[in-house]
Design a protein around this ligand. Structure first.
Ligand SMILES: [Zn+2]
Ligand SMILES: [Zn+2]
Length: 128
């Protein structure tokens, strides 16, 4: 599986329920299964992904799905000047969240990865 941004091989972060994949170059994270993502969100008192408003920006070009190599779709948050977005694959349902550190750590554990996902969706779901 390659990073949709930098085309380097993603590394696997082993977890009890389903692995996460991460790019050590950009710090982006790939969640292959939306059910798994929802568990992470609900655990952090966030709503499930389907209850977080987001708008597909079909004009925005992004990378290819690491799992099935089709074009990913950009989903932007409710803000007009969309500051937050994630990518999703309409074919397999996987979700890509960009890393936001300038120099991502080469390796992080599952808890840290889940924490980064929660931090992102907390920002994404926030209304001004
Ligand atoms: Zn990358
Ligand atoms: Zn896919």
């Amino acid at each position: 599986m390659d990073c949709p941004r930098c085309s380097v091989e993603l590394s696997e972060i082993a977890r009890e329920n389903g692995a996460l994949h991460r790019c050590a170059d950009c710090g982006g994270l790939w969640v292959a299964d939306v059910t798994d993502l929802n568990k992470i969100l609900l655990h952090a008192n966030l709503p499930a992904l389907s209850s977080i408003p987001g708008f597909v920006n079909a004009e925005e070009m992004t990378g290819l799905c690491p799992a099935c190599s089709v074009d990913l779709v950009v989903v932007e948050n409710a803000e007009k000047r969309a500051t937050e977005s994630y990518d999703t694959c309409e074919s397999c349902g996987g979700i890509w969240v960009d890393g936001d550190a300038d120099e991502p750590a080469p390796e992080i554990d599952a808890k840290t990865a889940e924490g980064e996902i929660v931090t992102f969706f907390r920002r994404f779901a926030k209304k001004k």
